[in-house]
Design a protein around this ligand. Structure first.
Ligand SMILES: *Cc1c(COP(=O)(O)O)cnc(C)c1O
Length: 415
């Protein structure tokens, strides 16, 4: 059959209403998410619009991938310019954008070597491969015995190996056999870390603040203690900064709050400002040195379009001092949230503009509050059952935070 004979039964897009879009997704899509029923068709800065023209403040920022706000004009310009030149070379050849991207990431992170990938999960997979190979080739761990210590309640992505060390039952259910070689300790417990280390321990892989786990901030000093313990036992300290990095918590990287120097970090999400899937594992010469040509790779990783977008996305974070804005406005916002007189609220916690509001179990779950907030024009999403995450784009202004506070306060005190 020639393509001219194929008739699409999708109604004219102009005629479709919200319910039509929802039904179309429901009919043809896998049911692996539980979205709020807002059909977004436009975004600009901290605002998005649904197909009916209703305007919302975006307080999720695509899980912190939009630190620079929606459709930042400088990143958009870089993307269009590069897309008109060359988009993909594959790493079989070199391109004129990648070197600068490497250099920028090295300068920002203080770690000298970069390996570019696409999704966050791939960056963590890359870290795990580097960690293991380092254990065998450099530390001298016997073949196939390397152990990586992780924390309960972690989130690192959805591949088989990453869910293998998740402590969420649902993430693993039905997906076995799982990858071995991981040891779980409680988050924030330095004594447990030290106790878990054996001669075969290769690394401690941890989020500086647990994001998907419910915005859990570890006890003060934990990251510094972890650094000392790892150092003492020749164990690599690897931070998953995919959600906490690039300004979100009020510093470029969350580990800077405790002045820690990790052996490697994973980045993703805001590395492109929401334009493109871009991630990276960044590490020392010694760790990255284990990779030889052919050991690891990705068709799209490090492509010139990604590198050009990544360069612009990093420039925006630096030029607009987004870490500084997150620190200042985060403090203001959190203090005001803590004053909301609602019996539903158990705790407000976080750092910078990564804030979690935990509700009492009797509040009936965070989702109904998120639905009510959406009606008020504020998009937030529950994480776990009882936590509402507030993580707006870092380009937000104080008056926009006040606008949000008014609505959050109303919902928390009337629902
Ligand atoms: C989102 C996230 C990931 C996974 O990133 P994807 O791009 O969804 O694969 C990994 N680690 C942390 C801490 C994250 O928040």
């Amino acid at each position: 059959m020639s393509s001219a004979n194929v008739t699409l039964e999708i109604p004219s897009l102009k005629m479709m209403n919200t319910q039509d879009y929802i039904e179309l997704e429901q009919e043809y899509g896998a049911d692996n998410y539980h979205p709020l029923d807002v059909v977004i068709s436009k975004g600009e800065g901290v605002w998005v619009w649904d197909i009916e023209g209703k305007k919302y403040l975006d307080f999720l920022s695509a899980y912190s991938a939009l630190n620079q706000g929606h459709c930042h004009p400088k990143i958009l310009e870089a993307m269009i310019k590069q897309a008109q030149k060359v988009t993909l070379t594959s790493r079989a050849f070199r391109n004129d954008q990648l070197g600068e991207f490497y250099q920028k990431l090295a300068q920002i992170s203080g770690l000298p070597k970069v390996l570019p990938m696409n999704s966050g999960a791939e960056a963590v997979e890359t870290a795990i491969k580097a960690i293991r190979k380092w254990a065998y080739k450099v530390k001298g761990v016997p073949e196939n015995q390397a152990e990586i210590i992780v924390c309960s309640n972690n989130f690192s992505g959805r591949t088989i190996s990453l869910i293998s060390f998740s402590t969420e039952e649902q993430y693993q259910d039905g997906f076995g056999p799982l990858t071995t070689g991981f040891k779980v300790i409680p988050f924030g417990d330095a004594a447990a870390l030290e106790k878990a280390i054996t001669p075969n321990t290769a690394a401690f892989l941890v989020e500086p603040i647990q994001g998907e786990g419910g915005i859990i901030v570890p006890p003060n000093g934990f990251l510094k203690q972890a650094e000392q313990i790892c150092h003492q036992h020749n164990v690599l300290l690897i931070f998953d900064e995919i959600q906490t990095g690039l300004g979100r918590t009020g510093k470029m990287f969350a580990h800077e709050h405790e002045n820690v120097k990790p052996d490697g970090i994973t980045l993703g999400k805001a590395l492109s400002g929401g334009f493109y899937p871009i991630s990276a594992f960044i590490s020392t010469d010694e760790v990255m040195g284990v990779f030889q040509p052919g050991d690891h790779g990705s068709t799209f990783g490090g492509n010139p379009l990604a590198a050009a977008i990544g360069n612009a996305a990093l420039d925006v974070i630096i030029d607009e001092d987004l870490p500084g804005k997150a620190a200042k406005l985060g403090e203001y916002f959190m203090a005001k949230l803590q004053l909301i007189p609602s019996s539903h609220i158990k705790e407000v916690r976080g750092k910078g503009l990564l804030i979690g509001m935990e509700l009492h179990p009797e509040a009936g779950g965070a989702r109904r509050f998120c639905k009510a907030l959406a009606k008020e024009g504020l998009l937030a999403k529950e994480t776990r059952d009882n936590v509402i995450r507030f993580a707006p784009p870092l380009v937000i202004s104080q008056s926009e935070i006040d606008w949000a506070l008014e609505r959050i306060s109303r919902v928390m005190t009337t629902l």
